[in-house]
Design a protein around this ligand. Structure first.
Ligand code: DAK
Length: 257
């Protein structure tokens, strides 16, 4: 596959998708969103891949949806084509997905990072939902996922004023898991992804599914789902291997079986 707008690499069980439209600060046009999905399709099918990292450049993770592409669209175009419905598919992925955010993560770029399971960011990161300055609203999850991540007060303030949030506040607010110097962000993110990829893929996918349940169902239903999932993992060889390795004081070798 000849990629136009991304770079795809696979190493040590990790799939790395780097957004690659530097001339537009990785603004998300239809081609870029489509290529991200095609790359994710490939990585999700690949049994060797246990974790996926989504990264941009040092200056921009992504500066939003492509305003130049959107500017001429009108209501029937975007309504009948269900504009950017492909973006939703990114959030439906089952393998663990980490966003490595350096520089700008604005509008659709911030929403893309929020679709990932967690965000690591560089000390120069700036998060924002500035759609209101363009006369529109966030459209791929910003009003929902940002609110779930940082609470109503800060989400309202960011969406209504278009204020950008810097790395330190993003960490304090629960938007990002950790901050790293921009020179080491990718290395640190890949190291974390490799640690995840070493584990049983069945277990990591079940953890992701169970945590995401917390946002969709009542506590009682979420606990029941978690318990049943826990029960079912005893049908795997990886559970036997993980516990046997502990008893034998050695490193577990998981085979995703
Ligand atoms: N779209 C298109 N091009 C962009 C862009 C964007 N979002 N952001 C930057 N660029 C382009 C610039 O036009 C410039 O191109 P040339 O002029 O060189 O051709 C190049 O990238 C470099 O940008 P700057 O010269 O502006 O660089 P600066 O360092 O001066 O400024 C900046 C960086 C990030 C502060 C600035 O570029 C900026 O404000 N960018 C726009 C940020 C923004 O407003 N983002 C939100 C976009 S709206 C929906 C789906 C999605 C969405 C909504 C609905 N549905 C499915 C319903 C999402 C909407 C959005 O994301």
């Amino acid at each position: 596959m000849q990629w136009q707008s991304i770079i795809l690499q696979k190493q040590n069980g990790v799939g790395l998708i780097q957004l690659n439209r530097p001339q537009a600060l990785n603004a998300l046009n239809s081609q870029l969103i489509s290529e991200i999905n095609l790359a994710l399709d490939e990585l999700e099918k690949d049994r060797e891949i246990g974790c996926i990292v989504l990264a941009g450049s040092e200056k921009a993770f992504a500066a939003g949806a492509d305003i130049k592409e959107m500017a001429e669209l009108n209501f029937p175009d975007i309504y009948y084509d269900d504009f950017f419905n492909l973006a939703d598919r990114i959030a439906q992925r089952r393998k663990p997905l980490i966003a490595a955010v350096s520089g700008y993560a604005l509008g659709g770029g911030c929403e893309l990072a929020l679709m990932c399971d967690f965000i690591y960011c560089a000390d120069n990161a700036k998060f924002g939902l500035p759609e209101v300055t363009l006369g529109v609203i966030p459209g791929i999850g910003g009003t929902q996922r940002l609110t779930l991540a940082i609470g109503k007060a800060k989400a309202m303030e960011m969406c209504l004023t278009a204020r950008q949030m810097a790395a330190e506040e993003a960490e304090q607010s629960g938007l990002v898991a950790r901050i790293f110097p921009k020179a080491t962000l990718l290395e640190e993110t890949l190291a974390a992804a490799e640690k995840i990829a070493e584990k049983s893929l069945t277990a990591t996918m079940m953890i992701k599914e169970s945590i995401n349940r917390a946002f969709e169902v009542s506590l009682a239903e979420g606990l029941r789902f978690e318990r049943r999932t826990f029960h079912s993992i005893f049908a795997t060889l990886d559970q036997k291997e993980g516990m046997q390795a502990f008893v034998e004081k050695r490193q577990a070798i998981f085979k995703n079986q």
